[in-house]
Design a binder for this molecule. Structure first.
Ligand SMILES: *Cc1c(COP(=O)(O)O)cnc(C)c1O
Length: 380
């Protein structure tokens, strides 16, 4: 027997409460009960996004909201500054290019955070840049970009908005949209929101809605102005992913019960325990200086194949982790601690790491990582 468990940075484990909530019969979205449900969900999303703006709910994976961010705020031929420090940064560039938006790439070594000074420099050099697109947490490398510092640079430029892919950061780390002046914030259901894949979320600042007035890129399914108008009546333009919205209400309740502050603290603690345990085993982190609290990217040690590491996690112990993508293929493993995770999950992941490394002939002192993780978790 092997018990499969998700330790991947999306999809992530779904709490029993949420699964049970979704198991009921599908209600009709024109039923008055749906309006009550959606009203509650809208309030909960504002709490998690830390905004007074409407958070729009789309039936798509997270990338749908990324696409919506671009085609609703920009126009053909506009200039965009794209922070490319991983696979998801590259995706911003690909979406812009698909829509005829001119990309000025700001390439960052994978595993490092962008230097905000370089963003300021790029904006000063090319004042025509209409949008800065960045990840909060770059899931392919496990890096957290300095969003507050970037927002401080962008927010006083009337002609530029900051578009943040917070798909693996929202509900993990503090990212107060209104307080920091983030213009577009995007997220998805299958990360810290503890749901199956299928929902994407997007919120726009007043400044970004101003951009939306002038944006001329084509759009139909993801027309956010039209979505806003109906969302405020607790409706949606098209058939919503009703069962997922029912689950979302439950997941949002859980976040509210724990309190955002505690949610952030929990993620920070689990992340620190994972990082320190890996180091105690003599392993190197891919992002030692600016790690995301959503996941830990660990370099496969010399002579150990990262693909084999990931495979053995799953085949021998049932833990589904992630490997490296593109240039990091076979070079790293990524262990997630985003969403429905608690301290003992980390012990399990670290213990598995020790066992798998030992199985591959890497000299590991069994329990050395677990010990460090337990020390950190018990001191909290
Ligand atoms: C998961 C993820 C995405 C992609 O989301 P999909 O739901 O697969 O479309 C985009 N950006 C980041 C940072 C992510 O973690």
């Amino acid at each position: 027997m092997i018990k499969k468990q998700l330790f991947s940075p999306g999809p992530t484990p779904v709490p029993e409460r949420v699964l049970l909530a979704m198991a009921g019969p599908v209600m009709h979205h024109r039923d008055p009960g749906y309006e009550v449900l959606f009203q509650e969900v809208r309030e909960g999303l504002k709490y998690v996004f830390q905004t007074k703006q409407e958070v729009l709910v789309l039936a798509s994976s997270g990338t749908g909201a990324m696409e919506a961010a671009v085609c609703n705020t920009l126009s053909r031929g506009d200039e965009a500054l794209v922070v490319r420090g991983g696979k998801f940064g590259e995706r911003w560039g690909e979406i812009c290019e698909a829509y005829g938006v001119n990309v000025t790439p700001l390439d960052v070594t994978w595993g490092q955070a962008v230097d905000p000074g370089l963003i300021k420099k790029a904006l000063d050099a090319k004042p025509a840049i209409k949008a800065v697109l960045v990840q909060a947490s770059e899931t392919s490398t496990g890096v957290m970009h300095p969003i507050k510092e970037i927002a401080d640079i962008v927010k006083n430029r009337a002609g530029t908005i900051l578009i943040v892919d917070a798909i693996s950061a929202l509900g993990v780390s503090d990212l107060p949209m209104d307080q920091w002046g983030l213009d577009v914030v995007v997220s998805g259901s299958q990360k810290a929101l503890m749901l199956p894949p299928g929902l994407a979320f997007i919120a726009l600042s007043a400044k970004a809605w101003g951009f939306a007035e002038k944006a001329n890129l084509p759009k139909f399914y993801f027309n956010l102005k039209e979505e806003l108008a109906v969302a405020q009546k607790n409706q949606s333009q098209f058939t919503p992913a009703i069962s997922l919205i029912v689950g979302l209400r439950e997941a949002l309740k859980m976040l509210k019960e724990e309190g955002l502050e505690n949610v952030f603290k929990r993620h920070a603690l689990l992340a620190r325990a994972t990082r320190e345990a890996a180091k105690a085993l003599g392993l190197e982190l891919l992002a030692p200086t600016a790690p995301s609290d959503a996941l830990t990217a660990i370099k496969a040690p010399e002579g150990v194949d990262g693909k084999k590491l990931k495979k053995n996690f799953e085949d021998q112990f049932g833990l589904i982790i992630a490997g490296g993508q593109s240039q990091l293929k076979g070079k790293i493993i990524r262990i997630a601690h985003i969403g429905y995770f608690q301290s003992l999950d980390i012990i399990q992941a670290v213990s598995t790491l020790e066992l798998v490394l030992k199985g591959l002939g890497y000299p590991v002192k069994l329990g050395a990582g677990v010990k460090v993780a337990e020390e950190i978790l018990s001191a909290a």
